[in-house]
Ligand binder design. Structure first.
Ligand SMILES: [Zn+2]
Ligand SMILES: [Zn+2]
Length: 352
């Protein structure tokens, strides 16, 4: 099959022939029709991680060139001999974050927390920037039903990631202020999932004031622009005081520091993005105000099923999606890298 491989960081992906994926005994092969382009693809493409004062990790070349892409919709074209109850041609959304299936986390249904080296699609195995992908068990293929594939594809990363992060601040009062930082594909999805969960007081922050309309359309009660130089004191004032919960979908030194400074007693912040940097906090404040600082990486199969249910029930306001042919993948990466993308880009296979 054809796959678009990341051979040199920051260079155009190369379209190459690679071996066809194998479903094994219990798995499926899925022909990719749609695949979203996510910021984590961009991080992998750059091969750079900013670890703050610990330095910048720069990988000159991918150790194992694989096709990126993990927001996959497609149809079942191959099944292992032990698979029952599925049919060829069935359209599915793929859960890409599968683990070893044997460790403590996997047995608890938290594949995203697997203790073994990653097997995720687009990271440990060829992902959706290829003609076909394999999943090791049919449970990882969630029926698409009548959802629009370009809206459904981002649920496999943006959707389940925000569902998992939101679980970490539940339960909450639907009227209390929850601040979200960042209004890219993931940030907007968070606003829409919070709305679907009945929350009605999301305050969305982004340094780009032109994102206000999209944030409000996704369900935010308020939008506050935070251009460079915005102080936490001015934000606390605009919010009418300190708050209990912040979800930071950027995860930079600047946004994390801002998030921390917004927290009142018992406040919780969840870091979700991979932008990079570090957080320096006064330890007496952490103790004195009993604050919680935690991270959240992708989400579980249960989280994917939950956001798919919300979409099916018509509860999720749609986020802006640009559909582009898969052959334009390198242009799409450039657009995302330059910050020119509203919501999500979804790449669609050409010629069926
Ligand atoms: Zn992603
Ligand atoms: Zn595992």
């Amino acid at each position: 099959m054809k796959a678009w491989l990341n051979r040199d960081h920051g260079a155009a992906l190369q379209c190459e022939e690679v071996p066809d994926p194998d479903p094994g005994t219990e798995g499926l092969v899925i022909k990719v029709s749609h695949c979203g382009l996510c910021h984590s693809d961009l991080h992998r493409w750059h091969g750079i991680s900013n670890m703050g004062s610990r330095g910048v990790i720069h990988r000159p070349r991918p150790e194992n060139p694989i096709a990126m892409g993990h927001e996959i919709v497609g149809e079942i074209v191959g099944m292992g001999s032990a698979v029952t109850g599925r049919s060829l041609g069935e359209k599915v959304i793929v859960y890409p974050w599968f683990g070893c299936g044997k460790c403590k986390a996997c047995l608890a249904g938290e594949d995203n927390m697997c203790r073994e080296p990653t097997r995720s699609l687009g990271f440990g195995n060829h992902g959706g920037f290829a003609e076909r992908v394999a999943v090791p068990h049919e449970r990882y293929a969630v029926p698409l039903g009548d959802l629009a594939p370009e809206q459904a594809a981002p649920l496999a990363c943006a959707g389940l990631t925000v569902r998992c992060a939101i679980r970490k601040i539940e339960p909450f009062d639907p009227t209390e202020t929850i601040v979200t930082i960042g209004t890219g594909g993931v940030g907007l999805t968070a606003i829409s999932v919070l709305h679907a969960l009945g929350h009605r007081n999301v305050v969305a922050l982004d340094r780009d004031a032109s994102r206000a309309t999209d944030a409000v359309a996704a369900g935010a009660a308020r939008f506050i622009a935070t251009p460079e130089g915005t102080t936490s004191a001015s934000l606390v004032e605009a919010l009418g005081g300190k708050i209990d919960n912040v979800l930071d979908f950027v995860n930079s030194s600047e946004t994390a520091a801002l998030a921390f400074d917004l927290l009142g007693k018992g406040g919780r912040m969840v870091q979700v993005g991979l932008y990079g940097g570090e957080l320096n906090v006064p330890l007496p404040l952490l103790t004195g105000a009993s604050l919680t600082v935690r991270g959240s990486i992708t989400g579980t199969l249960g989280d994917l099923r939950d956001v798919v249910r919300m979409a099916r029930e018509g509860l999720l306001p749609a986020i802006p999606v640009s559909v582009l042919p898969r052959s334009s993948i390198n242009d799409a990466i450039q657009s995302l890298d330059k910050g020119q993308v509203k919501g999500r880009i979804v790449l669609v296979a050409e010629g069926g």
